[in-house]
Design a protein around this ligand. Structure first.
Ligand SMILES: *Cc1c(COP(=O)(O)O)cnc(C)c1O
Ligand SMILES: [Zn+2]
Length: 432
Protein backbone atom coordinates (compact mmCIF):
# COMPACT_ATOMS: atom_id res chain seq x y z
CA UNK A 1 0.00 0.00 0.00
CA UNK A 2 0.99 3.66 -0.02
CA UNK A 3 0.37 6.27 -2.69
CA UNK A 4 3.73 8.04 -2.84
CA UNK A 5 5.18 8.23 -6.35
CA UNK A 6 8.48 9.66 -5.17
CA UNK A 7 10.16 12.93 -4.28
CA UNK A 8 10.28 15.96 -6.56
CA UNK A 9 12.42 19.09 -6.44
CA UNK A 10 10.29 22.14 -5.70
CA UNK A 11 12.67 24.28 -7.83
CA UNK A 12 13.69 22.34 -10.94
CA UNK A 13 11.20 19.45 -10.92
CA UNK A 14 13.85 16.69 -10.87
CA UNK A 15 12.35 13.47 -9.47
CA UNK A 16 13.86 11.09 -6.93
CA UNK A 17 12.84 7.76 -5.40
CA UNK A 18 11.45 7.54 -1.84
CA UNK A 19 14.66 7.85 0.14
CA UNK A 20 15.90 9.67 3.24
CA UNK A 21 17.10 12.68 1.23
CA UNK A 22 15.92 16.29 1.38
CA UNK A 23 17.77 18.42 -1.19
CA UNK A 24 18.02 18.25 -4.97
CA UNK A 25 21.51 17.25 -6.05
CA UNK A 26 21.23 19.47 -9.15
CA UNK A 27 19.96 22.76 -7.74
CA UNK A 28 19.90 22.26 -3.94
CA UNK A 29 16.15 22.97 -3.90
CA UNK A 30 13.95 21.30 -1.24
CA UNK A 31 12.29 17.98 -2.12
CA UNK A 32 8.53 17.52 -1.90
CA UNK A 33 6.53 14.27 -1.63
CA UNK A 34 4.50 13.45 -4.77
CA UNK A 35 1.33 11.34 -4.60
CA UNK A 36 -0.73 9.36 -7.07
CA UNK A 37 -3.91 11.40 -6.60
CA UNK A 38 -5.84 9.42 -9.23
CA UNK A 39 -5.36 6.25 -7.19
CA UNK A 40 -6.22 8.06 -3.94
CA UNK A 41 -9.42 9.42 -5.53
CA UNK A 42 -10.59 5.86 -6.21
CA UNK A 43 -10.48 4.75 -2.57
CA UNK A 44 -10.71 7.82 -0.34
CA UNK A 45 -14.01 9.60 0.22
CA UNK A 46 -15.32 12.01 2.85
CA UNK A 47 -17.48 9.19 4.20
CA UNK A 48 -14.50 6.84 4.57
CA UNK A 49 -12.57 9.55 6.43
CA UNK A 50 -15.50 10.40 8.69
CA UNK A 51 -15.96 6.73 9.65
CA UNK A 52 -12.39 6.41 11.01
CA UNK A 53 -11.00 7.01 14.52
CA UNK A 54 -10.51 10.65 15.49
CA UNK A 55 -6.78 11.07 14.93
CA UNK A 56 -4.61 12.44 12.12
CA UNK A 57 -4.20 9.02 10.49
CA UNK A 58 -7.79 9.20 9.22
CA UNK A 59 -6.10 10.92 6.24
CA UNK A 60 -3.40 8.23 5.92
CA UNK A 61 -3.66 7.89 2.12
CA UNK A 62 -2.40 11.51 1.94
CA UNK A 63 0.55 10.82 4.24
CA UNK A 64 3.89 9.41 3.00
CA UNK A 65 4.01 5.92 4.54
CA UNK A 66 4.12 2.64 2.62
CA UNK A 67 2.49 0.67 5.44
CA UNK A 68 0.36 1.46 8.48
CA UNK A 69 1.61 4.06 11.01
CA UNK A 70 3.63 2.56 13.85
CA UNK A 71 4.49 5.67 15.89
CA UNK A 72 2.05 8.27 17.21
CA UNK A 73 -1.09 6.45 16.14
CA UNK A 74 -3.25 8.57 18.51
CA UNK A 75 -1.93 12.01 17.46
CA UNK A 76 -4.19 14.77 16.16
CA UNK A 77 -7.87 15.60 15.71
CA UNK A 78 -7.58 18.42 18.22
CA UNK A 79 -10.58 20.72 18.80
CA UNK A 80 -11.67 23.46 16.42
CA UNK A 81 -13.64 25.79 18.65
CA UNK A 82 -15.90 28.68 17.74
CA UNK A 83 -14.31 31.55 19.65
CA UNK A 84 -17.27 33.87 20.22
CA UNK A 85 -15.77 35.73 23.20
CA UNK A 86 -12.56 36.60 21.38
CA UNK A 87 -14.61 37.41 18.28
CA UNK A 88 -16.59 39.98 20.28
CA UNK A 89 -13.42 41.63 21.62
CA UNK A 90 -11.82 41.72 18.16
CA UNK A 91 -15.08 42.86 16.54
CA UNK A 92 -15.30 40.02 14.03
CA UNK A 93 -18.26 37.97 12.88
CA UNK A 94 -17.00 34.39 12.63
CA UNK A 95 -13.85 33.26 14.43
CA UNK A 96 -12.43 29.80 15.13
CA UNK A 97 -9.43 28.50 17.02
CA UNK A 98 -7.68 25.33 15.94
CA UNK A 99 -6.23 24.25 19.25
CA UNK A 100 -3.09 22.10 19.03
CA UNK A 101 -2.07 23.17 22.55
CA UNK A 102 -3.93 20.01 23.58
CA UNK A 103 -2.28 17.74 21.03
CA UNK A 104 -1.06 14.32 22.15
CA UNK A 105 1.47 13.43 23.54
CA UNK A 106 3.48 16.68 23.99
CA UNK A 107 0.98 19.57 23.59
CA UNK A 108 2.09 21.10 20.29
CA UNK A 109 1.53 20.68 16.56
CA UNK A 110 4.98 19.07 16.34
CA UNK A 111 3.40 15.76 17.46
CA UNK A 112 1.90 15.58 13.95
CA UNK A 113 5.17 15.89 12.04
CA UNK A 114 7.06 13.65 14.47
CA UNK A 115 4.60 10.76 14.23
CA UNK A 116 5.07 10.79 10.44
CA UNK A 117 8.86 11.23 10.69
CA UNK A 118 9.35 8.38 13.15
CA UNK A 119 6.94 6.01 11.43
CA UNK A 120 8.81 6.70 8.18
CA UNK A 121 12.21 6.32 9.87
CA UNK A 122 11.15 2.86 11.06
CA UNK A 123 10.08 1.96 7.52
CA UNK A 124 13.53 3.04 6.30
CA UNK A 125 15.09 0.81 8.98
CA UNK A 126 16.72 3.49 11.15
CA UNK A 127 17.36 2.62 14.81
CA UNK A 128 18.42 6.14 15.89
CA UNK A 129 16.35 9.29 15.39
CA UNK A 130 17.42 12.88 16.02
CA UNK A 131 16.44 16.50 15.51
CA UNK A 132 17.58 20.11 15.74
CA UNK A 133 14.97 21.87 17.83
CA UNK A 134 13.76 25.21 19.18
CA UNK A 135 11.93 23.21 21.90
CA UNK A 136 8.68 21.57 20.87
CA UNK A 137 10.21 19.29 18.25
CA UNK A 138 12.66 17.92 20.81
CA UNK A 139 9.82 17.26 23.26
CA UNK A 140 7.92 15.25 20.68
CA UNK A 141 10.87 13.32 19.20
CA UNK A 142 12.02 12.35 22.71
CA UNK A 143 8.54 11.25 23.82
CA UNK A 144 7.59 9.36 20.67
CA UNK A 145 11.04 7.74 20.34
CA UNK A 146 10.70 6.47 23.92
CA UNK A 147 7.31 4.97 23.10
CA UNK A 148 8.61 3.47 19.85
CA UNK A 149 11.74 2.02 21.45
CA UNK A 150 14.10 4.10 19.28
CA UNK A 151 17.36 5.70 20.44
CA UNK A 152 17.15 9.51 20.17
CA UNK A 153 19.48 12.51 20.07
CA UNK A 154 18.06 15.99 20.64
CA UNK A 155 20.17 19.05 19.72
CA UNK A 156 18.96 22.40 21.06
CA UNK A 157 20.09 25.90 21.95
CA UNK A 158 21.07 25.68 25.64
CA UNK A 159 19.08 28.79 26.64
CA UNK A 160 15.53 27.70 25.71
CA UNK A 161 12.71 27.67 28.27
CA UNK A 162 12.87 25.37 31.34
CA UNK A 163 9.56 23.75 30.44
CA UNK A 164 10.92 22.67 27.08
CA UNK A 165 14.21 21.38 28.49
CA UNK A 166 12.48 19.39 31.26
CA UNK A 167 9.86 18.31 28.72
CA UNK A 168 12.65 16.67 26.72
CA UNK A 169 14.92 15.31 29.49
CA UNK A 170 12.06 13.45 31.19
CA UNK A 171 11.85 10.91 28.35
CA UNK A 172 15.51 9.95 28.73
CA UNK A 173 16.96 10.83 25.30
CA UNK A 174 20.52 11.99 24.62
CA UNK A 175 20.25 15.78 24.91
CA UNK A 176 22.94 18.03 23.50
CA UNK A 177 22.83 21.73 24.45
CA UNK A 178 24.65 24.19 22.24
CA UNK A 179 25.57 27.77 23.10
CA UNK A 180 24.13 30.06 20.46
CA UNK A 181 20.92 30.16 18.48
CA UNK A 182 18.94 27.58 16.51
CA UNK A 183 20.56 28.41 13.18
CA UNK A 184 23.94 27.23 14.47
CA UNK A 185 22.36 24.08 15.92
CA UNK A 186 20.75 23.35 12.57
CA UNK A 187 24.00 23.82 10.64
CA UNK A 188 25.82 21.44 12.96
CA UNK A 189 23.05 18.86 12.68
CA UNK A 190 23.26 18.86 8.87
CA UNK A 191 26.89 17.77 9.21
CA UNK A 192 26.11 15.16 11.88
CA UNK A 193 23.23 13.73 9.81
CA UNK A 194 25.58 13.11 6.88
CA UNK A 195 28.34 11.62 9.02
CA UNK A 196 26.43 9.45 11.52
CA UNK A 197 23.65 8.21 9.27
CA UNK A 198 20.81 8.85 11.72
CA UNK A 199 17.26 9.82 10.83
CA UNK A 200 17.10 13.56 11.54
CA UNK A 201 13.36 14.38 11.58
CA UNK A 202 13.77 17.90 10.19
CA UNK A 203 16.85 17.31 8.02
CA UNK A 204 17.18 14.11 5.95
CA UNK A 205 13.62 12.96 6.77
CA UNK A 206 12.24 16.50 6.28
CA UNK A 207 10.19 15.93 3.09
CA UNK A 208 8.22 13.15 4.88
CA UNK A 209 8.18 14.87 8.28
CA UNK A 210 6.77 18.12 6.87
CA UNK A 211 3.80 16.29 5.32
CA UNK A 212 2.45 15.70 8.83
CA UNK A 213 1.59 19.42 9.06
CA UNK A 214 -1.02 18.97 6.32
CA UNK A 215 -3.27 17.18 8.82
CA UNK A 216 -3.61 20.46 10.76
CA UNK A 217 -5.20 21.88 7.60
CA UNK A 218 -7.30 18.80 6.74
CA UNK A 219 -8.81 18.81 10.22
CA UNK A 220 -9.79 22.49 9.98
CA UNK A 221 -11.63 21.78 6.72
CA UNK A 222 -13.37 18.63 7.97
CA UNK A 223 -14.31 20.23 11.30
CA UNK A 224 -15.85 23.19 9.47
CA UNK A 225 -18.16 20.68 7.75
CA UNK A 226 -15.95 20.26 4.63
CA UNK A 227 -15.91 23.99 4.04
CA UNK A 228 -13.01 26.40 3.68
CA UNK A 229 -12.57 29.44 5.89
CA UNK A 230 -11.83 32.75 4.13
CA UNK A 231 -8.75 33.47 6.24
CA UNK A 232 -6.24 31.37 8.20
CA UNK A 233 -3.54 32.91 10.42
CA UNK A 234 -0.59 30.68 11.39
CA UNK A 235 2.80 31.15 13.07
CA UNK A 236 6.01 30.75 11.09
CA UNK A 237 9.41 29.43 12.15
CA UNK A 238 10.93 27.56 9.20
CA UNK A 239 7.81 28.44 7.19
CA UNK A 240 6.69 24.85 6.64
CA UNK A 241 3.32 24.90 8.45
CA UNK A 242 1.88 27.71 6.32
CA UNK A 243 2.99 25.93 3.14
CA UNK A 244 1.42 22.66 4.23
CA UNK A 245 -1.91 24.28 5.22
CA UNK A 246 -2.04 25.62 1.65
CA UNK A 247 -1.14 22.17 0.25
CA UNK A 248 -3.88 20.57 2.38
CA UNK A 249 -6.53 22.90 0.92
CA UNK A 250 -5.32 22.26 -2.65
CA UNK A 251 -5.38 18.48 -2.15
CA UNK A 252 -8.90 18.44 -0.65
CA UNK A 253 -10.07 20.57 -3.58
CA UNK A 254 -8.36 18.24 -6.06
CA UNK A 255 -10.08 15.23 -4.46
CA UNK A 256 -13.43 17.04 -4.62
CA UNK A 257 -13.92 17.15 -0.83
CA UNK A 258 -14.28 20.95 -0.79
CA UNK A 259 -14.78 23.86 -3.17
CA UNK A 260 -11.56 25.86 -2.99
CA UNK A 261 -12.92 29.36 -2.71
CA UNK A 262 -9.54 30.98 -2.26
CA UNK A 263 -8.54 30.88 1.39
CA UNK A 264 -6.04 33.62 2.22
CA UNK A 265 -3.11 32.59 4.41
CA UNK A 266 -1.45 34.99 6.85
CA UNK A 267 1.93 34.30 8.45
CA UNK A 268 2.78 35.48 11.96
CA UNK A 269 6.24 36.12 13.43
CA UNK A 270 7.79 37.92 16.38
CA UNK A 271 9.43 41.23 15.38
CA UNK A 272 12.66 39.99 16.99
CA UNK A 273 12.82 37.15 14.44
CA UNK A 274 10.85 38.11 11.38
CA UNK A 275 12.75 37.25 8.20
CA UNK A 276 9.63 35.88 6.46
CA UNK A 277 7.13 38.58 7.44
CA UNK A 278 9.70 41.27 6.61
CA UNK A 279 10.15 39.82 3.12
CA UNK A 280 6.37 39.69 2.56
CA UNK A 281 5.86 43.27 3.78
CA UNK A 282 8.84 44.64 1.86
CA UNK A 283 7.91 42.97 -1.41
CA UNK A 284 11.15 40.97 -1.50
CA UNK A 285 11.35 37.59 -3.21
CA UNK A 286 14.28 36.45 -1.10
CA UNK A 287 14.83 36.09 2.63
CA UNK A 288 17.43 38.17 4.41
CA UNK A 289 18.59 36.02 7.35
CA UNK A 290 18.47 37.70 10.78
CA UNK A 291 19.89 37.06 14.25
CA UNK A 292 16.86 36.22 16.42
CA UNK A 293 16.11 38.18 19.59
CA UNK A 294 12.66 37.40 21.00
CA UNK A 295 10.97 35.50 23.83
CA UNK A 296 9.04 33.55 21.17
CA UNK A 297 11.81 30.97 21.06
CA UNK A 298 9.86 28.16 19.40
CA UNK A 299 9.57 30.28 16.24
CA UNK A 300 12.94 32.08 16.51
CA UNK A 301 14.59 30.90 13.30
CA UNK A 302 16.73 33.51 11.57
CA UNK A 303 17.38 31.56 8.38
CA UNK A 304 14.13 29.69 7.63
CA UNK A 305 14.44 26.55 5.46
CA UNK A 306 11.11 27.13 3.68
CA UNK A 307 11.18 30.93 3.88
CA UNK A 308 11.43 31.61 0.16
CA UNK A 309 8.52 29.32 -0.67
CA UNK A 310 6.43 30.58 2.27
CA UNK A 311 6.72 34.17 0.99
CA UNK A 312 5.62 33.11 -2.47
CA UNK A 313 2.74 30.90 -1.28
CA UNK A 314 1.39 33.56 1.11
CA UNK A 315 1.45 36.12 -1.70
CA UNK A 316 -0.18 33.74 -4.21
CA UNK A 317 -2.98 33.03 -1.71
CA UNK A 318 -3.76 36.75 -1.47
CA UNK A 319 -2.75 36.80 2.19
CA UNK A 320 -0.15 38.80 4.08
CA UNK A 321 2.27 38.57 7.01
CA UNK A 322 2.91 40.63 10.13
CA UNK A 323 5.01 40.58 13.24
CA UNK A 324 4.55 41.81 16.81
CA UNK A 325 6.78 42.83 19.70
CA UNK A 326 7.37 40.64 22.75
CA UNK A 327 5.13 42.98 24.78
CA UNK A 328 2.31 42.65 22.23
CA UNK A 329 2.58 38.86 22.04
CA UNK A 330 2.11 38.59 25.81
CA UNK A 331 -0.60 41.21 26.32
CA UNK A 332 -2.54 41.18 23.03
CA UNK A 333 -1.84 37.50 22.50
CA UNK A 334 -1.32 35.08 25.37
CA UNK A 335 -3.34 37.05 27.97
CA UNK A 336 -6.10 38.04 25.57
CA UNK A 337 -6.67 34.42 24.49
CA UNK A 338 -6.56 33.11 28.05
CA UNK A 339 -9.01 35.67 29.45
CA UNK A 340 -11.51 35.38 26.58
CA UNK A 341 -11.41 31.71 25.61
CA UNK A 342 -9.78 29.95 28.57
CA UNK A 343 -6.88 28.70 26.45
CA UNK A 344 -3.32 29.09 27.74
CA UNK A 345 -1.06 29.13 24.70
CA UNK A 346 2.69 29.47 24.42
CA UNK A 347 4.57 32.42 22.94
CA UNK A 348 4.02 31.27 19.33
CA UNK A 349 0.25 31.26 19.95
CA UNK A 350 0.53 34.72 21.50
CA UNK A 351 2.24 35.91 18.33
CA UNK A 352 -0.54 34.46 16.18
CA UNK A 353 -3.39 36.05 18.16
CA UNK A 354 -1.63 39.44 18.39
CA UNK A 355 -0.84 39.38 14.67
CA UNK A 356 -4.49 38.60 13.89
CA UNK A 357 -5.53 41.64 15.94
CA UNK A 358 -3.00 43.79 14.08
CA UNK A 359 -4.13 42.56 10.65
CA UNK A 360 -7.75 43.35 11.59
CA UNK A 361 -6.76 46.85 12.69
CA UNK A 362 -4.89 47.33 9.41
CA UNK A 363 -8.01 46.07 7.57
CA UNK A 364 -5.89 43.43 5.85
CA UNK A 365 -8.43 40.91 7.17
CA UNK A 366 -12.08 42.01 6.90
CA UNK A 367 -14.20 41.69 10.06
CA UNK A 368 -17.22 40.09 8.38
CA UNK A 369 -15.59 36.92 6.97
CA UNK A 370 -14.65 33.58 8.56
CA UNK A 371 -11.22 33.47 10.24
CA UNK A 372 -9.25 30.58 11.77
CA UNK A 373 -6.43 31.27 14.23
CA UNK A 374 -3.84 28.48 14.50
CA UNK A 375 -2.80 27.78 18.09
CA UNK A 376 0.21 25.49 17.93
CA UNK A 377 1.49 24.99 21.49
CA UNK A 378 0.75 25.17 25.22
CA UNK A 379 1.58 28.01 27.62
CA UNK A 380 2.75 25.86 30.53
CA UNK A 381 6.00 25.24 28.62
CA UNK A 382 6.81 28.96 28.29
CA UNK A 383 5.94 30.28 31.74
CA UNK A 384 8.95 32.61 31.63
CA UNK A 385 6.99 34.78 29.19
CA UNK A 386 4.26 35.63 31.71
CA UNK A 387 5.90 35.22 35.14
CA UNK A 388 5.97 38.67 36.75
CA UNK A 389 3.28 39.94 34.39
CA UNK A 390 0.31 38.40 36.19
CA UNK A 391 -1.66 39.55 39.25
CA UNK A 392 -0.05 37.73 42.19
CA UNK A 393 -2.22 35.69 44.60
CA UNK A 394 -3.77 37.82 47.38
CA UNK A 395 -2.29 36.43 50.59
CA UNK A 396 -4.46 35.99 53.72
CA UNK A 397 -4.44 33.67 56.74
CA UNK A 398 -6.86 30.73 56.83
CA UNK A 399 -9.50 32.76 58.70
CA UNK A 400 -12.90 33.80 57.41
CA UNK A 401 -12.51 37.28 58.98
CA UNK A 402 -9.41 37.77 56.92
CA UNK A 403 -11.24 36.90 53.71
CA UNK A 404 -14.18 39.14 54.66
CA UNK A 405 -11.72 41.97 55.26
CA UNK A 406 -10.12 41.38 51.87
CA UNK A 407 -13.54 41.47 50.15
CA UNK A 408 -14.33 44.72 52.00
CA UNK A 409 -11.00 46.26 50.93
CA UNK A 410 -11.81 45.38 47.34
CA UNK A 411 -15.28 46.93 47.61
CA UNK A 412 -17.06 43.57 47.15
CA UNK A 413 -20.25 42.56 49.02
CA UNK A 414 -19.73 40.58 52.25
CA UNK A 415 -22.80 38.38 52.88
CA UNK A 416 -24.53 38.62 56.29
CA UNK A 417 -24.45 35.45 58.41
CA UNK A 418 -20.97 34.59 57.30
CA UNK A 419 -19.84 34.76 60.92
CA UNK A 420 -22.25 32.03 62.08
CA UNK A 421 -21.17 29.62 59.35
CA UNK A 422 -17.62 30.03 60.56
CA UNK A 423 -18.62 29.12 64.13
CA UNK A 424 -20.54 26.01 63.11
CA UNK A 425 -17.61 24.81 61.00
CA UNK A 426 -15.28 25.38 63.96
CA UNK A 427 -17.38 23.30 66.40
CA UNK A 428 -18.00 20.43 63.99
CA UNK A 429 -14.43 20.36 62.87
CA UNK A 430 -13.28 19.15 59.49
CA UNK A 431 -10.62 16.59 58.99
CA UNK A 432 -10.62 15.96 55.28
C1 LIG B 1 7.75 24.68 15.13
C2 LIG B 1 6.63 25.54 15.57
C3 LIG B 1 5.96 26.40 14.68
C4 LIG B 1 6.38 26.72 13.26
O1 LIG B 1 6.69 25.71 12.45
P1 LIG B 1 7.31 25.81 10.97
O2 LIG B 1 6.59 24.74 10.25
O3 LIG B 1 8.76 25.57 11.14
O4 LIG B 1 7.06 27.18 10.43
C5 LIG B 1 4.86 27.09 15.15
N1 LIG B 1 4.44 26.97 16.42
C6 LIG B 1 5.07 26.17 17.30
C7 LIG B 1 4.56 26.12 18.71
C8 LIG B 1 6.18 25.43 16.91
O5 LIG B 1 6.79 24.65 17.81
ZN1 LIG C 1 16.29 20.83 -8.23
Amino acid sequence: MGFVKGLKCRECGEVYPKEPIHVCSFCFGPLEVEYDYEAIKKCLTKEVIASRPKNMWRYKELLPLDGEPTVGVQVGFTPLIKADNLARVLGVKELYIKNDSVNYPTWSFKDRVVSVALSKSKEFGFKTVACATTGNLGNSVAAQAAQAGLESYIFMPANIEQGKIIGTLIYGPNVIGINGNYDGVNRLCSEIAGKYGWAFANINIRPFYAEGSKTFGYEILEQLGWKVPKHIVAPMAGGSLVLKIIKAIKEFALLGFIKDSGTKIYGAQASGSSPISTAVKSGWDNIKPVKPNTIAQSIAIGNPADGYHAVKAIRDSGGWAEDVSDEELVVEGIKLLATTEGIFTETAGGVTVAVTKKLLEQERIPRDESIVISITGIGLKTQEAVIGRLVAPKMITAKLEDFDALMEREGKAVPAGAKRAQKRKDTVGTKS
